[in-house]
Design a protein around this ligand. Structure first.
Ligand SMILES: C[S@@+](CC[C@H](N)C(=O)[O-])C[C@H]1O[C@@H](n2cnc3c(N)ncnc32)[C@H](O)[C@@H]1O
Length: 454
């Protein structure tokens, strides 16, 4: 007997994600198609893949205890079969014997002793309850951050970064709620571009963005296709970030706007709709040609001409000093704010990525300020709450420009746009930065700062 098709698909995707930089959300639909899975089997393969990827940190700690060896010493095909087995044993209702048997079948024939090893480790795990295993994992931690990292399946450096970012708002006690929110799949959030599409009558409006909604049922993709992109899948935090720039103050007809890091173009589409409504013009830039192509597709349904350049944003902006009234710098970042939507992302980044990113972010924001006309506004946005990428970059750039820029109160701007008060607290550095959170706002953890050139 061989492993069932959904488990085989999940195992193949876990292997591909581990061996390359591939994204599960791109690989999985193709693997499901290739295997010809029914709707029910596709749902099972999806749950197994995403659940296993998200909870990998916890499962690896369980496996290390049960196998009495570090997981790094276990062959990659075997460890992925074990992780899938542990997921089924500890987090699903799959019968124990089936969970063990399926994982044994996944490694049959792959190497000497692999199936015997998987059988022994999973049988050992199946003898105790999930609660027993969580207690053992908890007891194996050497610090509180490590404990949280193991229990909630986050690398310790991310736990620390979240702790600091929440502490900057006096809300360090929300850390467990945040880590929990990262482990739940978010419901699909959509946007009806302002002035160009209507929120469907049977949809539920989101609490903050004036044009955000969630479908009660039905297929989001068919709605997007049928609307020529005027209805889009878009996180509510992203909608607010784009609006924070366009609605920070009334638009004067003839204003020139620039979206400096635009790919794949979600916020560009909102900016385009807002530019159309206010009589402004919009240009977009994206360094990656493939992603610039996505930007062009994203704005195809908005009846306004948006030239898209494919340059390094630092050069693109510095070449046009004093040219723009509003600029969006939605900077490349660690993406720590979107972990719930990208199940493998937390294992891909490392603290070593942060310094080079903050250097690039500082240079992009500096160049954007050079490209602003006096009185113009830049929105500096990251999909990360990491203080080095958010408050740190803004502080560094403000130091560089001295009194030539002032920070606006982005929290007040977001509050004025939102249909419900998002209750954004003061930041300990006294800045006007607005920070959204998955556990509090059900959005990605977007950080929004607004700076004016004076
Ligand atoms: C966070 S994403 C932008 C998301 C986009 N605003 C949206 O809402 O769909 C950052 C983008 O910056 C691009 N990028 C990275 N380095 C850049 C650079 N030096 N100049 C311009 N764009 C850059 C990346 O390719 C990526 O597409």
């Amino acid at each position: 007997m061989t492993a069932s098709a959904p488990r085989r698909v999940a195992h193949d995707v876990l292997q591909a994600v581990g061996e390359s930089d591939a994204y599960a959300n791109l690989l999985l639909p193709a693997a499901i198609d290739r295997a010809g899975l029914s709707t029910a089997d596709a749902a099972l393969a999806t749950e197994l893949t995403y659940g296993t990827l998200r909870r990998r940190g916890t499962y690896d700690a369980v496996i290390a205890i049960a196998a009495d060896r570090p997981v790094q010493d276990i062959d990659s095909s075997v460890i992925d079969a074990l992780r899938l087995g542990v997921h089924q044993l500890l987090s699903t209702r799959v019968a124990s014997h089936a969970a063990v048997h399926e994982s044994v079948e996944l490694v049959r024939g792959t190497g000497r002793g692999a199936s015997g090893f998987v059988n022994a480790v999973l049988r050992r795990i199946s003898r105790d309850t999930p609660g027993d295993w969580m207690t053992r994992v908890e007891q194996s931690a050497r610090s509180d951050d490590e404990r949280l990292g193991l229990m909630f399946s986050h690398p310790v450096w991310i736990v620390r970064a979240f702790r600091r970012a929440l502490a900057a708002e006096g809300r360090a006690d929300e850390l467990e709620a945040l880590l929990t929110a990262d482990n739940a799949s978010p419901r699909v959030t959509m946007a009806a571009l302002p002035g160009l599409a209507e929120v469907p009558g049977d949809a539920r409006r989101t609490p903050f963005s004036p044009f955000g909604f969630r479908l009660a049922g039905g297929d989001p993709e068919s709605l997007v296709t049928g609307s020529e992109g005027r209805v889009r899948v878009q996180d509510e935090g992203s909608q607010l970030a784009a609006l924070a720039l366009t609605r920070a103050e009334p638009v004067r007809p003839g204003e020139r706007w620039l979206d400096l890091c635009a790919g794949p173009g979600g916020k560009t589409a909102v900016l385009a709709a807002e530019a159309l409504a206010g009589g402004a013009s919009l240009e977009a830039n994206e360094v990656s040609p493939a992603r610039a192509g996505l930007v062009r597709r994203a704005i195809a349904g908005v009846p306004i001409d948006v030239p898209v350049s494919e340059e390094d944003g630092r050069v693109r902006a510095a070449d046009q000093p004093g040219a723009y009234d509003r600029i969006l710098v939605d900077a490349p970042c660690t993406g720590l704010g979107a972990l719930r939507r990208r199940p493998e992302a937390r294992w891909r980044k490392s603290p070593a990525d942060v310094p080079s990113l903050t250097e690039l972010q500082t240079e992009l924001l500096t160049a954007a300020i050079v490209a602003l006309r006096p009185g113009g506004i830049v929105a500096y946005v990251t999909c990360s709450p990491h203080l080095a990428e958010t408050a740190g970059v803004v502080a560094e750039v403000r130091r560089g420009f001295g009194g030539a820029i002032e920070e606006l109160d982005a929290r007040e701007v977001v509050r004025s746009i939102a249909t419900t008060d998002p209750r954004l607290p003061d930041q300990s550095d006294g800045s006007g930065r607005a920070q959204l959170w998955p556990h509090r706002h059900n959005t990605d953890a977007m950080s929004i700062s607004l700076l004016r050139k004076v």
